[in-house]
Design a protein around this ligand. Structure first.
Ligand code: ATP
Ligand code: MG
Length: 512
């Protein structure tokens, strides 16, 4: 029997309401002194395990069959317990990355800071991490240089590859209690070591361990706390939010590549508006986008950003993707425009005036060079931002002929969406929107048609491959082809043959 709970504006089924909150509270309190598992059966909670990725469950089954422990952990367990559809699936195991890749086909080790394994299953990637140990230095007294857990002077972890032996060690190294719940889909059990079940029911985000130390180890945890608060509509416990004001500048020490990824997660996954509000509340938005500092007191700017983020969130809600170049174009557009106007004014009096392309290039560089001090932006994204902003300048003065030419550009559809948002705030743009709309419709239809054609080509290619494979299988089964034919062997078999041939040549001294 499910219970309905009002969660933000959404009515959802919270299986956890079946639990005894007082008991959960007691478990959380006692877990601070000594870690022990609070175990609950998924059947008792009425959880629908068919919502779990079959592929992730199969990875777990294979790891367990080889004698290892393996669980689902993190966002997928949290979301399942909140009655939401879990999206990405993280697996935690006591097998080392090298052991994992031997057990799971089509998997590879990635990462330097945290070595993890990606098991690639069609268009799904299952992330598999080995249990880690947060306490290794304290326990062993091993100097950071000697261990695989390396931190800088402020305590920030630069590398953290100390594998733990137990699930309890792994639970302690996770960020928030709600992210440290483990689910064994084979046993159909959930394990809570840190009080995550209690915090889920209380709708709060609470750091595991001492918040200041954990933020110093990894400052990204500060924006993760804000992100989960925005995403889930949870409050952040006082102890967890208190050190943020003092420590937020440490975010600038995080690598720019990682900051780029985190910023994308904050703004592009359906809760951009809420994230913007909470980041401003904590004074972190201006740290992430230093070029906007002077604009944040300008209501016209915040209204524009809020409106754009709400429309991106609405796209997410209907499963339409949001792209980083659109986000950066929106957030930094007024900064770009200011820089462009200044350059344009100077240009008017120049003996050798610059072209629109040259002017936009300089203005884009002015804006993005300041942004690169916090986030990296991949080259292709920078190109798209440049194209997006340049097209906005061109839209301002376009006539019918120019509009037709602009509609041929790759960025046109996104640029038109952007123009529509601008027109809410700059009503003089409305005639331009009207002029461009038929071109937009045409470009949209064309893109749809191209997508269909691409899909058809993909299907044809897949069918051809399947046919070839079938033919090869048949040949093998009947033993019909005894002559040498490369196609009857898989590439692994072929490699093995070549290896044997090489050995034989060596033995016969034919290679000398
Ligand atoms: P989402 O739904 O956004 O994917 P998530 O909780 O799954 O949320 P991930 O970034 O996918 O977030 O991380 C998976 C899990 O890894 C987290 O739930 C948490 O347990 C752990 N984790 C991730 N980042 C950190 C971190 N910086 N410090 C400690 N633990 C972390
Ligand atoms: Mg996740």
């Amino acid at each position: 029997m499910s219970q309905i709970f009002l969660f933000g504006e959404e009515k959802i089924n919270i299986p956890l309401l079946k639990l005894d909150v007082a008991q959960l509270k007691q478990h959380k309190e006692s877990s601070k002194k000594k870690l022990s598992a609070y175990t609950i059966s998924t059947d008792e909670l009425g959880l629908d395990l068919s919502l779990l990725s079959e592929k992730a469950v199969k990875c777990i089954r294979l790891l367990q069959a080889s004698g290892f422990k393996a669980y689902l952990v993190g966002g997928c367990v949290r979301d399942l317990l909140l009655g939401k559809n879990p999206k990405d699936f993280d697996v935690s195991t006591d097998a080392t990355p090298n052991q994992i890749v031997k057990i799971l086909p089509n998997s590879r080790i990635i990462g330097r800071r945290f070595q993890i394994v990606h098991a690639i299953r069609g268009n799904e990637i299952i992330e598999i991490t080995t249990f880690r140990n947060n306490k290794v230095q304290a326990k062993t007294g091993v100097s950071p240089k000697m261990s695989n857990r390396v931190s800088d002077q402020s305590g920030m972890l630069l590398r953290d590859n100390v594998f733990g032996k137990s699930i309890t060690q792994d639970a302690q190294r996770r960020d928030f209690t709600i992210n440290a719940l483990y689910l064994d889909p084979e046993q159909r059990l959930i394990y809570d070591y840190t009080g995550g079940l209690y915090d889920l029911v209380k709708m709060q985000i609470d750091m595991i361990g001492d918040p200041s130390t954990r933020y110093l180890e990894d400052p990204v945890r500060m924006i993760r706390a804000l992100r989960f608060s925005a995403k889930l509509g949870f409050k952040i416990t006082k102890r967890t939010s208190a050190p943020i004001q003092k420590l937020k500048e440490n975010l600038l020490e995080v690598s720019n590549a990682r900051m780029y990824e985190e910023v994308n997660k904050i703004f592009l996954t359906g809760h951009g508006y809420e994230s913007f509000c909470i980041l401003r509340e904590y004074g972190i938005f201006e740290l992430l986008f230093p070029g906007t500092v002077e604009l944040l007191n300008n209501k016209a700017y915040t209204d524009f950003v809020e409106y754009s983020l709400k429309s991106s969130d609405a796209r997410s809600a209907i499963k339409k993707p949001n792209m980083p170049h659109f986000l950066y174009s929106v957030l930094l557009y007024p900064v770009f425009r200011q820089s462009y106007y200044e350059l344009e004014r100077e240009n008017e009096y120049s003996i050798k005036p610059l072209t629109l392309t040259e002017l936009t290039t300089i203005a884009v560089n002015n804006v993005l060079n300041a942004q690169y001090s916090v986030t990296d932006i991949p080259y292709a994204t920078t190109e798209s931002i440049t194209s997006m902003w340049r097209t906005q300048i061109q839209f301002d003065t376009a006539n019918e002929k120019a509009a037709a030419a602009l509609s041929e550009k790759g960025i046109f559809r996104a640029a038109f969406d952007f123009l529509v948002i601008r027109s809410y705030f700059e009503p003089y743009l409305e005639p331009m929107v009207t002029l461009l709309r038929p071109y937009y419709q045409r470009a949209k239809e064309l893109a749809l048609q191209r997508m269909k054609e691409k899909e058809q080509r993909k299907i044809a290619k897949r069918e051809k491959k399947a046919l070839k494979l079938e033919k090869r299988k048949k040949k093998k089964a009947t033993g019909a082809n005894t002559s040498f034919d490369d196609e009857q062997y898989t590439s692994k078999e072929r490699q093995e043959q070549l290896r044997k041939a090489k050995e034989w040549r060596k033995a016969m001294k034919l290679d000398i």
